[in-house]
Ligand binder design. Structure first.
Ligand code: FAD
Length: 411
């Protein structure tokens, strides 16, 4: 019996286990390992503080999404040895493999910024973990006015548009409560603007300005003083706050660093098109844990999954691997008042305006602020639990230029 071993049963690992269960026929076993049995719909962490989703709506078990016939092992992964083709866990022993899929994601580390962990929970909150988004909901409910600062410590972070969504939703939420005129909202970011690419940055910066949200760019967070309620950049620039919503540094899983497989941030270096580490033809890495230069997003894991499914089957059958990942990402960006933007891009093409998925028709608008996009974002939770995690095919994985308005370059 040959063995497929999958590390991590979050978005990417669960999806891959279910895809490969359908593809791999007799003679293969599939085992998936994760440290716990909780599966959160992470995009819902953004909605819970504003009561758009309840905590119960976004939390499930992992086991219920893993198809029968797949062995689900609950234990912490302690070491991975590519040479021996062996994975060690803290409580379930060792596992060998013929093929390895690594999907251990990334997580926040408040302890990496001086003073941040010490102040966590004391007018400093976040929304990148389940318990944090509950605490933030309580803090927002007690907030009657003052300065709300949303601080991105450093890049990369998972879902890089989530802080923008938070500031737009906060603007809407304070309007709903009738206290918007008592609240200052400021986004403090290490980026040179609201987003990374010119067209999207222009549109999103203008949207923030129109909503009276200040953006402070090029701020490399060095420390936090929770007693003085001040964040300070390495160059000495300070920003005061009454309520700080922090997006701390994101790191790949610690075990990747300890096993000597990752860069200092815990991200595993892979070929950005094949998602394989150098000279490891039976190992694939998927989702937030890679170092590929695209967003860390569920949509990326989904598009990568289609590439892996084809290429792993080609490897199993001794054929040439022909699928290549193009960096395709798409993300809705909630903008408040029942509207959202949508961006679609890849390694080569920045987010552009236009229509999606059908040219001229849409019904979704690229970089347009529409109700239809907001409905699309709300519907995505159903698609995630009922289709994406189950490994269903949701359309081509490569980005399409149809419907996009290309930027004309100066002659
Ligand atoms: C606030 C927020 C909003 C988001 N919004 C969106 C959005 O709108 N659209 C979008 O596409 N994406 C969004 N995302 C990102 C999306 O949720 C992630 O990109 C996606 O979940 C990544 O999947 P993954 O499988 O790589 O990692 P995960 O789903 O995080 O899974 C990793 C798994 O590995 C396990 N693991 C790690 N280390 C170990 C170990 N040592 N031993 C055992 N198990 C281990 C973990 O327990 C976890 O289950 C958002 C994320 C956040 C936090």
């Amino acid at each position: 019996m040959k063995k497929l071993l999958i590390l991590g049963a979050g978005t990417a690992g669960t999806m891959m286990a279910n895809k490969m269960k359908r593809k791999l026929k007799k003679g293969w076993s599939i085992t998936i390992i994760d440290k716990d049995n909780i599966h959160d719909y992470q995009p819902g962490y953004l909605f819970v503080p504003f009561d758009i989703n309840t905590p119960e709506e976004i939390r499930r078990t992992k086991r219920e999404y893993i198809a029968s016939g797949i062995d689900f092992v609950i234990s912490e992964i302690a070491n991975i040895d590519w040479d021996k083709q062996e994975v060690t866990t803290t409580s379930a022993g060792k596992f060998t493999y013929d093929i390895l899929i690594m999907a251990t994601g990334c997580d926040i580390r408040p302890g990496e910024i001086e003073g941040l962990q010490e102040g966590w929970g004391k007018d400093i909150h976040g929304f990148y973990r389940f318990d944090d988004c509950l605490a933030l909901r309580a803090a927002l409910n007690q907030f009657t006015g003052g300065k709300l600062v949303i601080s991105i410590a450093e890049m990369p972070i998972k879902c890089p548009v989530a802080p923008l969504e938070f500031m737009f939703l906060a603007d809407w939420w304070f309007h709903q409560r009738g206290i918007r005129d008592k609240v200052e909202i400021e986004l403090v970011t290490p980026l040179s603007g609201a987003f990374t690419k010119p067209v999207a940055t222009g549109i999103l910066t203008e949207a923030a300005r129109a909503k009276n949200i200040k953006i402070t760019p090029n701020f490399a967070l060095g420390s936090v003083d929770h007693e003085k309620k001040v964040i300070e950049a390495y160059d000495g620039t300070q920003v005061g706050y009454d309520l700080l919503v922090s997006i701390p540094p994101n790191f790949g899983s610690e075990v990747m660093i300890n096993s000597g497989l990752a860069d200092p941030m815990g991200y595993i270096p892979v070929d950005k098109h094949t998602l394989q580490p150098k000279d490891r033809d039976n190992v694939w890495v998927i989702g937030d844990g890679t170092n590929v230069p695209t967003s860390k997003a569920g949509s990326v894991a989904h598009f990568e999954g289609d590439v892996l499914e084809e290429n792993i089957m080609a490897y199993v059958e001794g054929m040439t691997q022909h699928e290549r990942f193009d960096g395709h990402t798409n993300c809705f960006i909630e903008s408040g008042f029942g509207k959202a933007y949508l961006i679609d891009f890849n390694y080569e093409t920045e987010p552009l305006t236009g229509h999606f998925p059908l040219p001229s028709v849409g019904p979704l608008s690229l970089l347009g602020d529409t109700t239809m996009n907001h409905i699309g974002k709300l519907m995505f939770k159903w698609i995630y639990f009922n289709m994406l995690l189950k490994g269903a095919w949701l359309g081509p994985h490569t980005m399409n230029m149809a419907g996009k308005n290309e930027v004309r370059k100066a002659a």
